[in-house]
Write a protein that binds this ligand. Sequence first.
Ligand SMILES: Nc1ncnc2c1ncn2[C@@H]1O[C@H](COP(=O)(O)OP(=O)(O)O)[C@@H](O)[C@H]1O
Ligand SMILES: [Mg+2]
Length: 337
Amino acid sequence: MPYQSSHIMNKKNIALLAGGNSGEAEISFKSALIIEQNIDQDLYNVFKINLHKTDWHYIDGEGQQHQIDKNDFSLMLNGEKINFECAFIAIHGTPGEDGMLQGYFELLQIPYTTCDHTTSAITFNKSYCNKIVAASGVNISHSVHLFNTQAYNIQQILEEISLPCFVKPNNGGSSIGMSKVNHAQDLEAAILKAFQEDNQVLIEEFIEGKELSCGMIKANDKILVFPLTQIISENEYFDYEAKYLGKSKEVTPAEVDETIAIKVKSTATYLYNKLNCKGIVRFDFILKSNSEDLYFLEVNTVPGQSAESIVPQQIRSMGLTIREVYTMLIEESMKKS
Ligand SMILES: Nc1ncnc2c1ncn2[C@@H]1O[C@H](COP(=O)(O)OP(=O)(O)O)[C@@H](O)[C@H]1O
Ligand SMILES: [Mg+2]
């Protein structure tokens, strides 16, 4: 959006943070595009800030780059200093979903749209998050957590974990670096692949069943749970291609019995509170085949907002617009400060 100083007088300045330092940067730009198009421009001036490593910049209407002053997260435009009332974090993966930017904004006392730094850091670490979820009484898959600083033994892992299993970067997203392993001889290559993305790897037993996703937002002390989505992947699982290249069918609202829908929604609400979540998050579960057993897969604290993403589908299915939900999110985040 071109910068027009005459229009910014009584509107709040929102920094929309996009990009980041992981393989998910590309998806972040897609999310940021939708957010930028849908933020209420009658209420807010949106400044998209691209982050890559230490390069944090805004591109003005003439294509000119302006670096952010990281001392106070401000911009100088046409000799005028721009401060931000709120940071809308649209970065999936590091540093937007793992607590890093959250800690920075907390230090600067700038409101931001996501969970706090502790919740972001814990939930981004799939293994540590699983431990808290399990201790809260929700089923998780049996798993092994590897570190690149510690030796591992393939035979021992195979004794511990039954196949098929999922091998994933422990701190990752968008299914990047992930494999489903059906045969013992493929395990080592899958571990090495995941270690390319992260210095920790999580190996989880496959839970066969229906994948159900539950988006939600907390505003005015109330949690609003969106309709559930069932993910039906054309591929073996919800991999990158299924997520972003159309190789999946997403059914919203999910066609499940009312008792199941209530169970998923109440479990997600319970975990939202247990994990002290804030803003829009999306819990993913597997309803195990031929049972009513629900398994927690993961929680996304910066869920995708791209045209293909699940949360926008859920919001539309509820009869709300993403514009009004983004306004709720921004206003709620500013209340915390
Ligand atoms: N233990 C599991 N059992 C069954 N399916 C799984 C399991 N772990 C991952 N998956 C499949 O892989 C997809 C991506 O896994 P997930 O842990 O959500 O990683 P990401 O953070 O990359 O999205 C899931 O949406 C699901 O389809
Ligand atoms: Mg996922």
